[in-house]
Design a protein around this ligand. Structure first.
Ligand SMILES: [Cu+2]
Length: 173
């Protein structure tokens, strides 16, 4: 026996911390399972073998989104740096059946011009998005995206009293 009681105690503390860390990782994995079980059970026998999520960058400026127009379905991590001088948010809205991306952009333009909502506006589906972030901050969220078309809006109000989307902060994918 070469270990002193003190070093045995410190190695016990270390291993208990490792166990605590592993417990957090297991809890984290379990917390995701209700959403992932459909596809994960067929392809991914263990959490450690799952591929990294597909990452999409959404640059938020005053007043425009810069992001890809095509994104795969499935688990997507959206990273949204705010490179502007005002707060920004990226809200994803799933377009209803029969509404094209052109319809979306024309509908938002008409809303800005007249205040009239397009007839399909109440059929838009909430599809998540990133929270409001201050200038210089990056928001990040991971969402299981269903196949389909999506509109993106920033609804923050500019100093002139109109929405950021009315200033052009809208996109689609
Ligand atoms: Cu904005």
């Amino acid at each position: 026996m070469t270990d002193s009681p003190a070093s045995s105690l410190s190695s016990w503390k270390l291993s208990s911390r490792v166990c605590l860390l592993l417990a957090f990782l297991v809890v984290g994995a379990c917390a995701q399972s209700p959403d992932t079980e459909g596809e994960a059970s067929a392809e991914s026998p263990a959490a450690s073998s799952q591929p990294e999520p597909y990452v999409v960058e959404i640059h938020q400026a005053d007043y425009a989104f810069s992001m890809p127009g095509e994104i795969p379905s499935g688990w997507i991590t959206f990273r949204a740096p705010n490179v502007g001088d005002e707060h920004h948010v990226a809200v994803f809205l799933r377009l209803p059946e029969g509404v094209s991306r052109t319809d979306w952009h024309e509908g938002v333009a008409a809303l800005n011009a007249t205040g009239d909502l397009p007839e399909w506006w109440d059929q838009l589906g909430d599809a998540g998005g990133t929270g409001a972030v201050a200038p210089g901050i990056t928001a990040q969220t991971t969402i299981n995206m269903e196949p389909g078309l999506y509109g993106v809006l920033c609804g923050v109000i500019a100093p002139d009293g109109t929405s950021h989307w009315a200033h052009g902060m809208q996109a689609s994918f």
